[in-house]
Design a protein around this ligand. Structure first.
Ligand code: AMP
Length: 207
């Protein structure tokens, strides 16, 4: 699942993974979780993530390689926030067994909408579920909602710049493939989810 920060990738990836009963793999989530357990990774990655820049390809590719080796990914998985560079996209092609179709869905959203959404974005301090400033507590576990440290205005600008410079080129890398689809992310959440579902079904030739 591709798309700029604020496109709704995380929410849509979680929703799609739940509907297909496959694991949802968010490299941002894994990094935030592993950082808490690993002081060395925390030292390497905290400043980079808080500044809105990308963690080293080797670190992130290692995370995805280890995760995809787990048996629960055998019937499929949803990648959210990976790949984000051409090197990661090439590494992913090598990680997948021959014949495994990689469906690429790009969620497109105009930049003004992204900035508004990122300003209103909240995350549950207890379970990490995504939320918005319109809510007072987490819909999943009732925990307190806080802004993400990388959603402040200056960092948002940097994340959008990094996206345009390093991640947008991979959309072009995939666009030529028959397994690529783009979806309009500037519509209500349910409509985006329905479009993603039909896009994937069309690529895989299933309902
Ligand atoms: P996300 O939760 O997907 O917005 O990711 C949060 C932060 O984690 C990003 O701004 C990056 O610093 C880091 N990150 C997540 N995925 C990747 C990736 N594939 N490559 C490099 N850095 C990543």
């Amino acid at each position: 699942m591709l798309g700029p920060p604020g496109a709704g990738k995380g929410t849509q990836a979680a929703r799609f993974a739940r509907s297909r009963q496959v694991p949802h793999i968010s490299t941002g989530e894994v990094l935030r979780r592993e950082r808490e357990k690993d002081p060395e990774l925390d030292r390497q990655a905290r400043a980079t993530m808080d500044a809105g820049r990308l963690v080293d390809d080797d670190v992130v590719i290692g995370i995805v390689r280890r995760r995809l080796a787990q048996p629960d990914t055998r019937d499929g998985f949803v990648l959210d926030g990976f790949p984000r560079t051409l090197m990661q996209a090439e590494a992913l092609d090598h990680l997948l067994d021959d014949g495994v179709p990689l469906v690429v869905v790009d969620i497109e959203v105009p930049e003004e909408t992204l900035i508004e959404r990122l300003r209103a974005r909240r995350v549950c301090a207890r379970c990490g579920a995504p939320a918005t400033a319109a809510l007072t507590t987490c819909g999943a576990c009732g925990g307190p909602l806080i802004p993400r440290s990388d959603d402040d205005d200056r960092v948002v600008q940097e994340r959008l710049r990094v996206y345009a410079e390093q991640t947008q080129p991979i959309v072009e890398f995939y666009r030529r493939r028959p397994t690529f689809r783009s979806v309009d992310g500037d519509q209500p959440q349910d409509a985006v989810a329905a479009d993603i579902s039909s896009a994937v079904a069309a690529v895989l030739g299933v309902q």
